[in-house]
Write a protein that binds this ligand. Sequence first.
Ligand SMILES: Cc1cc2nc3c(=O)[nH]c(=O)nc-3n(C[C@H](O)[C@H](O)[C@H](O)COP(=O)(O)OP(=O)(O)OC[C@H]3O[C@@H](n4cnc5c(N)ncnc54)[C@H](O)[C@@H]3O)c2cc1C
Length: 247
Amino acid sequence: MEVQLLEATEDPERVICTAARNDYMSEFVGDCSFDEIMETAEGDTIEEKQETLIGHLLDHGHFGPFEHPQATFAVKGISRSCMAQITRHRHVSFDIQSMRYVSFDDVDPADVREGELVVTPPSATDPDWVGRNQESGSVGEETAERREEVFNDAIEHAVESYQELLDLGMPPEDARFVLPIGTKVNMVMSMNARMLMHVADMRAAADSQWEIRNMTEEVLDLAEEWCPITFEHYNEHMKGRKNRLAP
Ligand SMILES: Cc1cc2nc3c(=O)[nH]c(=O)nc-3n(C[C@H](O)[C@H](O)[C@H](O)COP(=O)(O)OP(=O)(O)OC[C@H]3O[C@@H](n4cnc5c(N)ncnc54)[C@H](O)[C@@H]3O)c2cc1C
């Protein structure tokens, strides 16, 4: 899996602060400099003032201003299962690589074992991996090896069947029905900073599945570089809290 930040609102925290201060100013923010807009916020420098204001907004649940800055991420090689989970979030916009128009007819079945086409869950190879709702804990090496064998055989068989159906003239949009839910897909997704915190609340949580959790952690790392005051505050004071509400 790979996650990249493709595009994002320039100076997102200036946008957040301007929108928030708009609510409490008699002057029109469009006629004011940023220094004037931030004049009454606590702090000696403009950065300190932004930190105070953003921390205050987040601590008091004033989340509206965080809907203005938006970021677009490119995600490579997640499973269709992970894609189904993330696309449940209705305020995120998506573009998903199509299996109607992109066929995998040139994939070598040998590459399938290398995880080229299908995501391999850690539980297929790691004897000590303990997942959610798993009845047994660690298993012996022999069981783990057998799991890997069964997993790879099933995928190899599915890919061979898919390729044979294409050879028999079946359209890719129909032949794909035999491919596993772990088949890799690329996508582009855009969301605002508020939604990003909500996705992180739900998908970086311990009860979330490992794949979407890993993807969300990568998105959060990029968000912290893009919108540092907000996401440092989120990571320090809000992430992982119980009784979370949709921010
Ligand atoms: C660990 C885990 C297990 C899950 N298991 C399942 C499962 O087994 N089956 C399943 O179907 N789903 C499952 N989900 C998905 C989950 O139920 C949500 O559908 C998904 O996470 C989208 O999040 P959301 O409901 O916050 O909505 P989002 O679309 O992210 O919307 C954000 C917020 O906007 C508000 N909102 C959006 N739309 C509406 C609306 N129509 N009405 C009222 N308020 C709205 C809500 O406050 C919501 O929290 C699971 C999620 C997790 C994290």
